[in-house]
Design a protein around this ligand. Sequence first.
Ligand SMILES: [Fe+2]
Ligand SMILES: [Fe+2]
Length: 307
Amino acid sequence: MPLIDLEKTLARMKERQWALADFDWDKPGADKIRPEQFAKLKAFMADLTWIEHVGARGFAAMAKKAPNDTLREIYTYFHAEEQRHANAELALMKRWGMLEEGEVPEPNINLRLVIEWLDRYSDDMPLEVLGSVIPVLEITLDGALCKFLLEEVEDPLCHEVFKRINEDESRHLGVDFHVLEMLGHGKAYQIALKFLGTWASPKLYLGVLSYFPLLNRMRDNIVAFGLNEDKLNECIGKFERFGGQTPEGRRNPWYHLMRFHARLVVDKDSFYHPPINALVKASNYIPKKWLGDFPTWVNKITWRPTA
Ligand SMILES: [Fe+2]
Ligand SMILES: [Fe+2]
């Protein structure tokens, strides 16, 4: 993807802000959820809500590392937008009768581990780490999960809400790939040295250990919900094309690593899966008390149409 004009993107974002109160949450169509969809859709939406929060926390960390003021402001908006997406998705769950008064769905254990890692260590990571992981996740979310949801759900309000969410996401993707390419600018040996230097941090390995099982669990969940695995392949293909379009983009070693890893994740016959699936199973046995309390930023979760 070519570099974009960040100033214009920021101005457009400011114009296009929206709120939960912009929608009529009581409009007809809530009963369009078929009984056989209910349980799986509830699990899917709960995961989606928490992925938005992971994204929000990631952008908060990126804002602190941003190399210029415009990018910092953009990431601060992205942080708020991802929280808004999570709240809008919760509001849809509430509308469909999936949540009791005041109830917030529990994240699965792998999401908890990633949240925990983000909260403890993401601020210590260089921009390259999150700046390379986030485009893969967002392109999959945007290109596969959200589209799939809209194919499955007939509630017109869900379509209205996701129209706004998807508009935000297309700006996120523009900036994500802009930054991915930016990370490949500069002298090749310096980029390579920095890349290697980052791998000296044990915190990064803890991140990998929480991130890999999360992806496997999520992939199994969404395939169980009925998502065609080819859609995931298409998303990875897009990541390869957009991220590797320019020589600078291809010079970013994180791009190659993410591409390689994403291919492993979507290839179900790969050697990668048995050990990672074992980690998913093992993580089911982690006692909740080891994880302590939820970080305070999680308290911003609400389906109430105020934000
Ligand atoms: Fe989002
Ligand atoms: Fe996003």
